[in-house]
Design a protein around this ligand. Structure first.
Ligand SMILES: Nc1ncnc2c1ncn2[C@@H]1O[C@H](COP(=O)(O)OP(=O)(O)OP(=O)(O)O)[C@@H](O)[C@H]1O
Ligand SMILES: [Mg+2]
Length: 564
């Protein structure tokens, strides 16, 4: 390679990052060891739906990078979603006070800096944390995502799809875990024998295994994540009255104990968004940018079906105006099919202590375009808050690789005060909507009501007294699995339940069409699956047609909609 002068290298960067439309200002290029504030490095807003990767060793500045990008997106009127894994992003709601050191840094890269607060909405999965509780219904979550949480194998996953089909066809609404449990309990009971046979492809033994898994989930306290009111993902797309994009910050304080649940929930949010949003074509700026910090959690132990679903969602959501940025330690954490779709790259420093590290470093370098940098050297020596960058320019071509000193956030790097988080949540418009869980009449009440009626008791389903036999059986299984007394509360007396049957029935009935009315993909999937003895996914894949896609989409999760 011919030796290029520093001036030529600066000129390459300047030219490569001269862009027409609005941009996110990432920082200033470092060339031959010097910061050049006249060589800004930026990312076109119009290309943020081409997705991105922020990678680097621990402590190199990944989370601060996404924080800084989120601020600028919000300022540009773009709503942002972020999964706040370590609780260090809530500072977005608090203006930073600039230290002298910070001022030197920002002046050095030509960043006009002033402390600012941003419009932040705090969410918490299942109310696990301080934020607005986020819940999903079992129906909407769907069998594939649920199988991942329950760690079911492929056969069990197909069987669970049949259970969903059965519930659908019989208007047994699957809202929470106990609804699904009641349906499976029914199918494995003496009364359900005929129905089980008719379903085909679902053995009593497999149903029994699924039932035990389900009861284990309940015993682990997972029931609070499922139910109503279900979170409407359209809430993620809001702007504040001043026009700035709302930054929705999902807290995950107990992530370490439930990594699978959380990563699967993030996928549900994406899948749900995907299904709701119309095609948008090329936009000047994205409708929403989704940052997934600690993204390796999403891919750990993922089944083929789950990986396919992620890959497809990432590929197709782009044309709906949503950008996804994965944030993780090494690009190796992201499967190749997904990595290949991440056009915008911010690579922080990598370590090369072990032979394994060295291999990862070489692999990372090979994914960058040719450049004036010795990338192996640059990537191992980059400082904190510096990164090697290449993004997609407005013409769809990669920009020149640039080692960049990144801009600093204008809000606090780290958590906001608890009092501020609490007052933000208390004042949120979402609180009255999602604050309290409601337990409407659904499969559990219908089945336990029926059980009571069958055994001669005179209660109506809504009174729910028959729940005692259904729950007693669940308690027995739980004690059997756990070998300790069940933590399951004894059934409450009949009068307590504040159920709202009348007004809830109508919307729910319009939610999914039964099979005999023309057949939705989900019904068809179930019917075919039943006829063929399961194996829906492979069938859907082998169809390879619109129908195949529809089948998969239906079973992936979010058949059709509740609300709006
Ligand atoms: N752009 C920046 N401007 C100023 N300071 C920064 C910048 N980036 C990182 N820092 C400093 O580096 C620290 C570590 O950054 P950060 O928490 O983002 O690392 P990380 O890569 O997310 O680490 P981990 O993998 O442990 O989550 C920050 O707390 C901050 O002090
Ligand atoms: Mg981090």
């Amino acid at each position: 390679m011919a030796i290029k002068s520093t001036a030529d290298k600066v000129a390459t960067i300047q030219k490569g990052y001269t862009l027409e439309g609005p941009t996110i200002e990432l920082g200033a290029a470092i060339i031959d060891g010097e910061v050049h504030k006249d060589a800004p490095v930026r990312l076109p807003l119009s290309m943020m739906n081409r997705h991105g990767l922020v990678a680097g060793a621990t402590g190199t500045g990944k989370t601060v990078t996404l924080h800084m990008m989120a601020e600028q997106l919000s300022a540009a009127g773009v709503p942002v979603f972020l999964a706040d894994i370590k609780g260090d992003l809530s500072g977005l709601a608090t203006a930073a006070t600039g230290s002298e050191k910070l001022m030197v840094r920002t002046a050095g890269i030509g960043q006009p800096w002033s402390g600012k607060t941003f419009p932040v909405e705090f969410l918490a999965l299942g109310g696990d944390g301080n934020g607005i509780p986020v819940r999903a219904t079992i129906t909407s979550f769907g069998p594939i995502l649920l199988s991942r949480i329950m760690e079911l194998n492929d056969t069990q996953e197909s069987s669970l799809q049949l259970v969903f089909h059965f519930a659908d066809k019989n208007n047994l609404e699957l809202i929470d875990l106990k609804d699904l449990r009641a349906v499976i309990q029914f199918l494995t009971s003496a009364e359900g024998k005929d129905e089980l046979e008719q379903l085909g492809g679902l053995s009593k033994a497999t149903a029994g295994v699924i039932l035990r898994e389900l009861i284990t989930l309940e015993a682990q306290g997972m029931e609070k994540f499922f139910g109503e009111p279900e979170f409407d993902t359209a809430e993620l797309m809001r702007t504040a009255p001043d026009g700035r994009g709302v930054i929705t910050c999902l807290e995950l304080p107990t992530l370490q104990t439930k990594p699978m649940l959380f990563s699967t929930f993030l996928m549900w949010l994406l899948a749900d968004l995907f299904e709701d949003l119309p095609e948008a074509g090329d936009l000047d700026k994205p409708k929403l940018v989704f940052f997934l910090d600690e993204a390796h959690l999403l891919f750990n132990d993922a089944s083929k079906a789950f990986l396919d679903a992620i890959t497809t969602t990432v590929r197709l959501i782009r044309s709906k105006g949503v950008g996804i940025f994965f944030v993780t330690q090494t690009p190796k954490d992201v499967p190749a099919e997904v990595l290949g779709q991440l056009a915008n790259r911010v690579q922080h420093a990598l370590r090369a202590y072990t032979p394994e590290d060295a291999k990862a470093l070489k692999a990372t370098v090979s994914t960058f375009p040719m450049s004036d940098y010795d990338l192996e050297e640059t990537l191992t020596s980059a400082g904190i808050g510096e990164a090697v960058i290449t993004v997609m320019n407005e013409k769809g071509a990669p920009t020149p690789v640039a080692l960049t000193r990144l801009r600093a956030p204008e809000s606090v790097m780290g958590p906001s005060a608890d009092a501020l988080i609490s007052s933000t949540v208390a004042g949120s418009a979402l609180l009255p909507k999602y604050g309290a869980a409601v337990d409407n009449v659904s499969a559990y009440e219908k089945i336990s009501g029926k059980a009571a009626a069958d055994s001669g008791a005179a209660e109506s389903p809504a009174q729910g007294t028959g729940t005692s036999s259904v729950d007693a059986e669940a308690r027995r299984i739980e004690e059997d699995i756990l070998g300790r007394p069940s933590s399951r509360p004894a059934p409450a007396p009949a009068s307590q339940e504040t159920r709202q049957e009348p007004q809830r029935q109508a919307p729910r009935q319009s939610q999914r069409q039964p099979a005999d009315d023309g057949g939705t993909p989900g019904d068809l999937a179930g019917a075919l699956g039943g006829a063929l003895g399961g194996g829906l996914k492979s069938m859907a894949r082998s169809l390879g047609t619109q129908l195949g896609r529809e089948l998969l989409r239906g079973v992936f999760g979010t058949a059709s909609k509740r609300r709006r």
